[in-house]
Design a protein around this ligand. Structure first.
Ligand SMILES: Cc1cc2nc3c(=O)[nH]c(=O)nc-3n(C[C@H](O)[C@H](O)[C@H](O)COP(=O)(O)OP(=O)(O)OC[C@H]3O[C@@H](n4cnc5c(N)ncnc54)[C@H](O)[C@@H]3O)c2cc1C
Length: 456
């Protein structure tokens, strides 16, 4: 078995296949495993690729494996975030008293009207704008979701598919939103998260260690460049290595798998139309113990180029391992590959960001150093009409008996880590005794994946 990509999905499926006695090789393009969930050091502080938390809704069978591997290093932490709404800071996830106190009366009044008129609204088209306007109402679209998706995807909300709202907006009616905010149990559940002592990347590192112990081989710096599909197997080409595999489990971006396997022209055309939004991650280093009391600050508005700024040291109790005299802020700046943000000099981008943050009442000192990481495939873009192209590529992949495409990238999904791991668990479970994937079990699993809703 060959697994493409050593992010959480690739490592998860490699672990399960190896534990079931299969010979598994994982090929990873990067110098280390982890994918988007990896951690690395900036100025001696372990940081992530943007804010990462393991949400408590992680399926128990997956959490059990992670807890067994990480032991006490996997800490249950209380969330302490805030969001900038209508020029004010509001606790995030929201609390009723705080919302009542901090939201401008004008916004609260409009929200109340939207809630009262909700039964009379229906979506005219299946766009993000129409689905949110009909469900939560025009105020939530105008004040929060509209600018937020415009910032992340660089497109107005009426050019994004309604599916994006179904995948990313947890509470889609005022009633559901109110229940979420008022229900104590729900608030308690959403108020905590799991996080490892040495950064989120300890999760894929633990999966990689467990997979290796179970017999899997993980090869890094091994970019897969070609797949030759035959009746008896798949020949996998990666840099200077060629492997003949019975089956390929791919977690690389879905459009790439079509190109690697030289799919028919119509499939390649459709693959070329599946777009991704990129992310520039800016790491600002400060010579103080902490910059903020908050783990993350969310900026849905367009006044700040970052969608979120987080302080990794606040995500964990890193006493004994984190430095006392330094901290790092990580800013997530959505962009397109090759645009002004993507190509900006790190110092210039940092100076712009610090100015914008200070204008929003976030007291940031001057950084003593700046680092940058760029991620080309950060978010799949659900532009109106993307479904047709996705279906063309997916139908072709599903017709290949020896390739399974899974994980966030392989399913062109917005999945959290626990979702992407669930796809790995389901893929391994769909493996029949003859070593082939049971199409019915996999189809049933894919229907479940379509109900995943992202947690922020
Ligand atoms: C900004 C941001 C914040 C997030 N926050 C959270 C959060 O708080 N909580 C949460 O649960 N999830 C969060 N996520 C989602 C989480 O990062 C993903 O769900 C998870 O990393 C997906 O794992 P994956 O294995 O499916 O894909 P990836 O992690 O993307 O792994 C795919 C791997 O394939 C490799 N690859 C690509 N091409 C090739 C090739 N040709 N040959 C070999 N290897 C290749 C890549 O290098 C990569 O390692 C966040 C994501 C982003 C972008």
């Amino acid at each position: 078995m060959v697994v493409l990509g050593a992010g959480p999905a690739g490592l998860g499926v490699a672990l399960l296949l190896a534990r079931r006695g299969h010979a598994v090789t994982v090929l990873e393009r990067a110098p280390a495993p982890g994918g988007l969930a990896a951690s690395f050091e900036v100025a001696g502080v372990r940081v992530d690729h943007g804010s990462h938390r393991l949400h408590p809704s992680c399926p128990p069978e997956i959490l059990d494996v992670l807890r067994a591997e990480l032991g006490d290093d996997l800490q249950l932490r209380r969330r302490h975030g805030r969001i900038r709404l209508a020029g004010r800071w509001v606790t995030f996830p929201p609390r009723p008293a705080d919302l009542a106190r901090r939201l401008p009366p004008r916004v609260s009044a409009h929200l109340a009207v939207d809630a009262a008129t909700s039964p009379f609204r229906t979506a005219q088209r299946d766009t993000f704008a129409d689905v949110v306007r009909a469900g939560l109402g025009p105020t939530m679209l105008r004040e929060f979701y509209g600018p937020y998706v415009q910032k992340i995807w660089g497109l107005p909300p009426d050019q994004l598919s309604g599916e994006l709202a179904r995948r990313r907006v947890g509470a889609r009616t005022p009633g559901a939103l109110l229940r979420r905010v008022l229900d104590r149990k729900e608030r308690a559940r959403r108020g905590v998260f799991w996080y490892p002592r040495h950064g989120f990347g300890q999760i894929p590192e633990a999966l990689a260690n467990a997979a290796t112990r179970a017999g899997a081989e993980i090869v890094c710096d091994a970019e897969v460049t070609r797949l030759d599909l035959g009746d008896d197997g798949v020949r996998v080409q990666a840099c200077d290595t060629t492997i003949d595999a019975d089956h390929v489990w791919s977690t690389v971006p879905l459009p790439l798998i079509a190109r690697l396997a030289d799919a028919p022209g119509d499939v390649l055309d459709a693959a070329a139309r599946l777009e991704h939004r990129a992310l520039t991650l800016l790491y600002l280093v400060f010579d103080v113990a902490f910059v903020s009391d908050f783990d993350a600050s969310y900026f849905p508005g367009l006044e700040v180029c970052a969608s979120r700024v987080s302080e990794p040291k606040r995500y964990r109790d890193g006493r004994g391992s984190d430095p006392d005299d330094r901290t790092v802020l990580c800013a997530e700046i959505p962009c397109a590959v090759g645009d002004d943000v993507w190509t900006a000099a790190p110092d210039a981008l940092a100076s712009r960001l610090v100015t914008e943050l200070r204008a929003q009442d976030l007291a940031v000192p001057s950084p003593i150093a700046v680092d940058v990481r760029r991620v080309a495939h950060a978010y799949p873009t659900y532009r109106v009409g993307y479904e047709t192209h996705l279906q063309t590529v997916e139908s072709w992949v599903l017709a290949q008996p020896r390739i399974v495409s899974l994980g966030r990238q392989g399913l062109f999904a917005h999945d959290n880590t626990h979702h992407t791991l669930a796809t790995a668990w389901a893929a391994a479970d769909a493996l029949a005794a003859d070593g082939r994937l049971d199409p019915e079990r996999w189809a049933a699993a894919r229907e479940r994946f379509a109900t995943h809703v992202v947690e922020d």
